[in-house]
Structures are given as structure tokens and as C-alpha cells.
Ligand binder design. Sequence first.
Ligand SMILES: C[S@@+](CC[C@H](N)C(=O)[O-])C[C@H]1O[C@@H](n2cnc3c(N)ncnc32)[C@H](O)[C@@H]1O
Length: 225
Amino acid sequence: MSVREEFDQWATSGKDRGMEDRHWHTAKHVLARMPVEKGDAVVDLGTGSGYALRALRERGIGRGYGLDGAPEMARNARSYTDEVDVGFLVGDFDSLPFVDDSVDHVFSMEAFYYAADPHNTLREVRRILKPGGTFYCAVNYFEESESTHAWQEHISVDMTLWNRSRYREAFREAGLYVAEQDVIPDREIEIPPAEKFPTEDWESREEMVDRYRTWGTLLTVGVAP
Ligand SMILES: C[S@@+](CC[C@H](N)C(=O)[O-])C[C@H]1O[C@@H](n2cnc3c(N)ncnc32)[C@H](O)[C@@H]1O
């Protein structure tokens, strides 16, 4: 199944809003760290419901561009805001529809690892960023977070499983400095007491703690020279 088929289904079944609710627990901390200034141009790769750009508009960014490979995601995102300075477009991480040195910041939450060629996507991000521009790349699916590995079995799109150092190396290979790397725990999700396990989703409490409190979201920040 293609990105379009897989994620159009998610959008039409309302999963885009569900992701927004869950991802917000850590995405809001990632967004809070972004050094956006009034008037900045920001691209959100794999925008889903578009919540990140709505939040950044409240901080005064200029133009926001939410790119997504699933037309239904982009359509839904458009319907969730009246902001004329935020636009949603259908496109692929392989070829970003922006000219060189034109964007102040790129954000991406839980989307980068779906890129067919993640090294090429990083080079594309580097190409469109202005000197000093940043890429805030946040993922929940990464090697150290072992309980996430099974996700691939439930998704028809190939996913890239990198560890922390692989992310840093790949950013550098694409010509980005690595300014920061961090894991941001999800402290909001409720974890039931041990006697409630196993649950529908979790074998043990330890596994759930590992997923959310120990690892959570991996953030890698690249800066264009
Ligand atoms: C797991 S969702 C995350 C959405 C949103 N960023 C969030 O935090 O809720 C991943 C999104 O990336 C998009 N996506 C996946 N692969 C893509 C690709 N190669 N090009 C463009 N968009 C892609 C999907 O359509 C989907 O909307």
C-alpha cells in the first residue's frame, strides 16, 4: 500500500485527530524549543491534522506550509483552521516543493521514518533551509525504544528504524550540524498499576513505562550552515 492509501484511510477514519491528541504530549515540548521568530517561514513534514502549524502561528510565524503525502490528511488539516497564512499541500518527502534557502525552520513529528529514502529527505531539508535554519525532527519509532519495533507489522509502508547515533550521522552526512539530541518522555499518558496488566495493548507495566516514560520521543535538531 502507498503512503497515500495507508494514510488517507487514517484521515477518513478520524485517526488524524487521535494522533494529534497523543503526539501533543511530547510535540508541544519540541515546538516550545523551536527558535521561531515573528514572520518566519516554517514547513511541517507529514503534517497530519496540522496542529503544529496552528500552534506556531500563535507564536507569530509568517507562512506555514504543511506537507503531507495523503490528500485526505491535507484536506482535513485545511478544514481545521481558517488561518490564511497556513497552507496545506500534497507532496512527498522525496522532493520538497520549495526553492533553495527559502525556509527558516522545518518541523516533523512521527513522520520522517516513512521517507522512502531518508538520506535524500535530509538533503532536501538542507537544500530548502536558509543558513542558520533548523530542522526539528521528532520520532517515537527508533531503535532504543524496543516496544515500538512491532509497529512495522501493522503498517504497509516501509519504516526506517535508526538509533540515536545513526540519526546524528545521517544529519551530518546531509550537511546539517547536530545542535541537539534528546529524548522527551511522555509524562501525561496514564500508566495503570501493575495489577491491571496485561492490557489490550501492553504485556506488562514495565513495557509501557519503557515506551512512554523512559524513551518517549527522540528529538534530533539539525542546523543548516
Ligand atoms: C504518523 S502521521 C503523523 C502526523 C502528525 N505529524 C502528527 O504528529 O500527528 C505521519 C504523517 O506523515 C505522512 N507521510 C508519511 N510518509 C510520507 C511521505 N513519504 N511524504 C509525505 N508525507 C508522508 C502521512 O500521510 C501522515 O499524515
